[in-house]
Write a protein that binds this ligand. Structure first.
Ligand code: BEZ
Length: 210
């Protein structure tokens, strides 16, 4: 059955460009972004892996480890990494899983046969410190992902994990947030001091993390 939010991210052992890993051991109690790309030596994938590498400090600040996967071999990945470095102007600073037997691709349902029978689509999973799946997005091969959006979602997930709030449309760190519907007015006052109730169910407070 396909993975769902809240499920434990399946564990696996796999070869990577940084050696053999046990996924849960490698991840430890960090957050993780596990993302598939269709194929090495292809243009959109080259820009995506370059962008992930460029954002390495942003991921590290948030205690997030990134890891990529495709059904190519580690030898293929190692050959491609030089092209990513040359064309995107950055060293690749995260592991890339070699998955020619589709072990990871199948565990995470990354092959969508009606889109492509052999290649992984652009799946992306954000996995929490407790190893559960917090977010899943799927893009087609022709559309590169927006990694600023990935960071934005991580900011939201980390904020809402620690405070009784939710984040509104297009929220970015520092913007006002929404008091969790699970908190009644008395509890919200106790927690936040005051809040702006536009409707009884739509109550704004300042970002409690800033
Ligand atoms: C790309 O990364 O550009 C790509 C990969 C597979 C199919 C189409 C595009």
């Amino acid at each position: 059955m396909a993975l769902r939010l809240g499920d434990t991210a399946p564990n696996f052992t796999a070869p990577t460009t940084e050696g053999e890993i046990d996924f849960h051991d490698w991840k430890g109690d960090s957050w993780a972004v596990l993302f598939s790309h269709p194929k090495d030596f292809t243009p959109v994938c080259t820009t995506e892996l370059g962008m992930t590498a460029k954002l390495g400090d942003e991921f590290a600040k948030r205690n997030v480890k990134a890891i990529a996967v495709s059904v190519d071999s580690v030898d293929s990945h190692n050959g491609w990494v030089g092209d990513i470095e040359e064309t995107q102007g950055t060293a690749v600073n995260f592991p890339i899983i070699g998955d020619p037997d589709r072990v990871v691709a199948d565990l995470y349902d990354m092959i969508h046969p009606n889109a492509d029978t052999t290649l992984t689509v652009r799946s992306l999973f954000i996995i929490g410190p407790d190893h559960t799946v917090k977010l899943m997005i799927t893009y087609p091969a022709s559309t590169g992902r927006n990694f600023d959006e990935v960071l934005r979602v991580i900011d939201s997930l980390q904020l809402t994990a620690n405070h009784s709030v939710a984040t509104p449309a297009n929220w970015t760190k520092g913007d006002e947030v929404i008091v969790s519907p699970g908190l009644d007015d008395a509890a919200a006052t106790e927690k936040f001091g005051s809040f702006n109730a536009v409707k009884p169910y739509l109550r704004y407070v300042a970002d409690p993390s800033t």
